[in-house]
Design a protein around this ligand. Structure first.
Ligand code: TYD
Length: 204
Protein backbone atom coordinates (compact mmCIF):
# COMPACT_ATOMS: atom_id res chain seq x y z
CA UNK A 1 0.00 0.00 0.00
CA UNK A 2 1.22 3.47 -0.92
CA UNK A 3 1.88 5.86 1.99
CA UNK A 4 0.14 9.23 2.43
CA UNK A 5 2.02 12.40 1.58
CA UNK A 6 1.20 15.24 4.00
CA UNK A 7 2.62 18.75 3.77
CA UNK A 8 2.47 21.67 6.18
CA UNK A 9 2.57 25.25 4.98
CA UNK A 10 2.30 28.69 6.54
CA UNK A 11 4.06 31.93 7.35
CA UNK A 12 7.14 32.09 9.55
CA UNK A 13 6.42 31.30 13.18
CA UNK A 14 3.09 29.59 12.50
CA UNK A 15 4.24 26.49 14.38
CA UNK A 16 4.50 24.08 11.45
CA UNK A 17 7.30 22.04 12.93
CA UNK A 18 5.45 21.64 16.25
CA UNK A 19 2.33 20.49 14.40
CA UNK A 20 4.35 18.18 12.14
CA UNK A 21 5.81 16.51 15.23
CA UNK A 22 2.43 16.23 16.99
CA UNK A 23 0.86 14.67 13.90
CA UNK A 24 3.78 12.26 13.49
CA UNK A 25 3.44 11.15 17.14
CA UNK A 26 -0.30 10.72 16.74
CA UNK A 27 0.11 8.56 13.63
CA UNK A 28 2.91 6.52 15.21
CA UNK A 29 0.74 5.80 18.24
CA UNK A 30 -1.73 4.29 15.79
CA UNK A 31 0.96 1.96 14.50
CA UNK A 32 1.75 3.91 11.37
CA UNK A 33 5.32 4.24 10.04
CA UNK A 34 6.06 7.92 9.63
CA UNK A 35 8.95 9.98 8.36
CA UNK A 36 9.24 13.65 9.27
CA UNK A 37 11.08 15.91 6.81
CA UNK A 38 11.61 19.60 6.18
CA UNK A 39 12.42 21.86 3.27
CA UNK A 40 14.89 23.04 2.36
CA UNK A 41 17.02 20.19 3.68
CA UNK A 42 16.50 16.68 5.06
CA UNK A 43 19.16 15.13 2.84
CA UNK A 44 22.93 15.52 3.10
CA UNK A 45 22.93 17.67 -0.03
CA UNK A 46 19.75 19.52 0.91
CA UNK A 47 21.13 20.56 4.29
CA UNK A 48 24.16 22.11 2.53
CA UNK A 49 21.82 23.96 0.17
CA UNK A 50 19.82 25.11 3.21
CA UNK A 51 22.93 26.65 4.75
CA UNK A 52 23.49 28.70 1.59
CA UNK A 53 19.82 29.72 1.31
CA UNK A 54 19.42 30.93 4.86
CA UNK A 55 22.85 32.52 5.29
CA UNK A 56 22.33 36.18 6.21
CA UNK A 57 25.65 37.15 4.58
CA UNK A 58 24.46 36.30 1.07
CA UNK A 59 22.60 39.55 0.57
CA UNK A 60 23.40 39.51 -3.15
CA UNK A 61 21.38 36.34 -3.84
CA UNK A 62 18.94 36.96 -6.69
CA UNK A 63 15.36 35.60 -6.62
CA UNK A 64 16.20 33.26 -9.49
CA UNK A 65 19.22 31.80 -7.73
CA UNK A 66 17.05 31.32 -4.67
CA UNK A 67 14.40 29.55 -6.77
CA UNK A 68 16.85 27.07 -8.27
CA UNK A 69 18.39 26.28 -4.90
CA UNK A 70 15.00 25.46 -3.37
CA UNK A 71 14.19 23.31 -6.38
CA UNK A 72 17.53 21.50 -6.22
CA UNK A 73 16.99 20.65 -2.55
CA UNK A 74 13.48 19.42 -3.39
CA UNK A 75 14.55 17.28 -6.35
CA UNK A 76 17.07 15.49 -4.16
CA UNK A 77 14.59 15.01 -1.32
CA UNK A 78 11.83 13.61 -3.53
CA UNK A 79 14.09 11.04 -5.17
CA UNK A 80 16.21 10.13 -2.17
CA UNK A 81 13.58 10.01 0.58
CA UNK A 82 9.96 10.81 -0.31
CA UNK A 83 9.25 8.43 -3.20
CA UNK A 84 11.01 5.45 -1.59
CA UNK A 85 9.14 6.04 1.69
CA UNK A 86 5.72 6.33 0.03
CA UNK A 87 6.42 3.20 -1.97
CA UNK A 88 7.02 1.28 1.27
CA UNK A 89 3.73 2.51 2.70
CA UNK A 90 5.37 5.04 5.03
CA UNK A 91 3.44 8.26 5.74
CA UNK A 92 5.55 11.31 4.84
CA UNK A 93 5.08 14.56 6.77
CA UNK A 94 6.91 17.41 5.10
CA UNK A 95 7.38 20.90 6.51
CA UNK A 96 7.04 23.09 3.35
CA UNK A 97 6.95 21.96 -0.28
CA UNK A 98 5.94 23.28 -3.70
CA UNK A 99 3.33 25.72 -2.32
CA UNK A 100 6.09 27.56 -0.44
CA UNK A 101 7.91 28.20 -3.71
CA UNK A 102 4.73 29.44 -5.38
CA UNK A 103 4.03 31.94 -2.60
CA UNK A 104 7.54 33.03 -1.59
CA UNK A 105 9.29 33.12 -4.96
CA UNK A 106 6.10 33.64 -7.00
CA UNK A 107 3.46 35.75 -5.27
CA UNK A 108 5.89 37.56 -2.94
CA UNK A 109 9.00 37.92 -5.13
CA UNK A 110 7.10 38.29 -8.37
CA UNK A 111 8.59 35.42 -10.38
CA UNK A 112 6.21 34.01 -12.97
CA UNK A 113 3.75 31.56 -11.39
CA UNK A 114 3.33 29.35 -14.47
CA UNK A 115 7.09 29.00 -14.79
CA UNK A 116 7.38 28.03 -11.11
CA UNK A 117 4.61 25.47 -11.56
CA UNK A 118 6.48 23.94 -14.49
CA UNK A 119 9.77 23.90 -12.57
CA UNK A 120 8.07 22.40 -9.51
CA UNK A 121 6.75 19.63 -11.73
CA UNK A 122 10.22 18.98 -13.14
CA UNK A 123 11.83 18.96 -9.68
CA UNK A 124 9.25 16.59 -8.20
CA UNK A 125 8.43 14.48 -11.25
CA UNK A 126 4.85 15.64 -10.66
CA UNK A 127 4.55 14.28 -7.13
CA UNK A 128 1.79 16.18 -5.32
CA UNK A 129 0.80 16.04 -1.66
CA UNK A 130 -2.33 14.06 -0.74
CA UNK A 131 -3.20 16.71 1.83
CA UNK A 132 -1.79 20.09 2.87
CA UNK A 133 -2.43 21.91 6.13
CA UNK A 134 -2.07 25.66 5.82
CA UNK A 135 -1.47 27.06 9.29
CA UNK A 136 -2.74 30.60 9.35
CA UNK A 137 -2.02 33.34 11.85
CA UNK A 138 -1.39 37.06 12.11
CA UNK A 139 1.85 38.12 10.35
CA UNK A 140 3.16 40.26 13.23
CA UNK A 141 2.59 37.51 15.73
CA UNK A 142 4.33 34.95 13.53
CA UNK A 143 7.36 37.07 12.77
CA UNK A 144 7.77 38.08 16.40
CA UNK A 145 7.68 34.43 17.38
CA UNK A 146 10.27 33.35 14.86
CA UNK A 147 12.53 36.30 15.70
CA UNK A 148 13.74 37.38 12.21
CA UNK A 149 16.57 34.88 12.46
CA UNK A 150 17.49 34.16 8.83
CA UNK A 151 17.88 35.79 5.41
CA UNK A 152 14.30 35.14 4.30
CA UNK A 153 12.63 36.23 7.52
CA UNK A 154 14.48 39.55 7.20
CA UNK A 155 12.66 40.45 3.99
CA UNK A 156 10.17 42.79 5.61
CA UNK A 157 6.53 43.01 6.48
CA UNK A 158 5.29 43.69 2.97
CA UNK A 159 6.92 40.55 1.65
CA UNK A 160 5.34 38.41 4.36
CA UNK A 161 1.91 39.96 3.83
CA UNK A 162 2.16 38.90 0.19
CA UNK A 163 3.16 35.41 1.32
CA UNK A 164 0.04 35.13 3.43
CA UNK A 165 -2.20 36.41 0.62
CA UNK A 166 -0.53 34.02 -1.80
CA UNK A 167 -1.34 31.10 0.47
CA UNK A 168 -4.99 32.13 0.58
CA UNK A 169 -5.09 32.22 -3.22
CA UNK A 170 -3.67 28.69 -3.40
CA UNK A 171 -6.15 27.46 -0.79
CA UNK A 172 -8.99 28.82 -2.92
CA UNK A 173 -7.54 27.19 -6.01
CA UNK A 174 -7.04 23.74 -4.43
CA UNK A 175 -9.86 23.31 -1.91
CA UNK A 176 -9.72 19.49 -2.16
CA UNK A 177 -6.10 19.40 -1.03
CA UNK A 178 -5.36 22.52 1.04
CA UNK A 179 -7.07 22.93 4.42
CA UNK A 180 -6.67 26.23 6.24
CA UNK A 181 -6.24 25.79 9.99
CA UNK A 182 -6.28 28.85 12.24
CA UNK A 183 -3.46 28.64 14.75
CA UNK A 184 -4.86 28.51 18.29
CA UNK A 185 -3.04 29.73 21.42
CA UNK A 186 -2.70 26.13 22.60
CA UNK A 187 -0.85 23.92 20.05
CA UNK A 188 -2.90 20.92 21.24
CA UNK A 189 -6.08 22.63 20.01
CA UNK A 190 -4.52 23.25 16.60
CA UNK A 191 -3.42 19.61 16.56
CA UNK A 192 -6.94 18.40 17.35
CA UNK A 193 -8.32 20.29 14.37
CA UNK A 194 -5.64 18.84 12.10
CA UNK A 195 -6.42 15.31 13.28
CA UNK A 196 -10.13 15.85 12.70
CA UNK A 197 -9.57 17.04 9.13
CA UNK A 198 -7.14 14.19 8.50
CA UNK A 199 -9.56 11.54 9.78
CA UNK A 200 -12.41 12.97 7.70
CA UNK A 201 -10.37 12.95 4.52
CA UNK A 202 -8.81 9.51 4.90
CA UNK A 203 -11.52 7.77 6.93
CA UNK A 204 -8.96 6.67 9.54
P1 TYD B 1 12.89 27.71 8.00
O1 TYD B 1 13.84 28.11 9.06
O2 TYD B 1 12.68 26.25 7.76
O3 TYD B 1 11.55 28.49 8.23
P2 TYD B 1 10.16 27.98 8.73
O4 TYD B 1 10.40 27.43 10.11
O5 TYD B 1 9.31 29.20 8.70
O6 TYD B 1 9.72 26.93 7.72
O7 TYD B 1 13.35 28.40 6.66
C1 TYD B 1 12.81 28.16 5.45
C2 TYD B 1 12.63 29.48 4.75
O8 TYD B 1 12.66 29.28 3.35
C3 TYD B 1 11.31 30.14 5.07
O9 TYD B 1 11.52 31.52 5.22
C4 TYD B 1 10.49 29.93 3.81
C5 TYD B 1 11.51 29.86 2.75
N1 TYD B 1 11.16 29.05 1.57
C6 TYD B 1 11.01 29.66 0.33
O10 TYD B 1 11.17 30.90 0.21
N2 TYD B 1 10.72 28.90 -0.77
C7 TYD B 1 10.58 27.55 -0.69
O11 TYD B 1 10.32 26.89 -1.71
C8 TYD B 1 10.75 26.91 0.60
C9 TYD B 1 10.63 25.43 0.72
C10 TYD B 1 11.04 27.71 1.68
Amino acid sequence: MQGIFITLEGIEGSGKSTQAKLLADWLQKRGQDVILLREPGSTRIGEKIREVLLNKNFKEMTPLTELFLFLASRAQLVDEKIRPALKKGVFVILDRYTDSTLVYQGFAHGLDITTIQQLNTIATGGLEPDITFLLDMDIHEGLNKSGFKDRIEEKGLDFHLKVREGYFKLAEQYPQRIFVVKVKPDPQDTHSEIVEIFCNKFSI
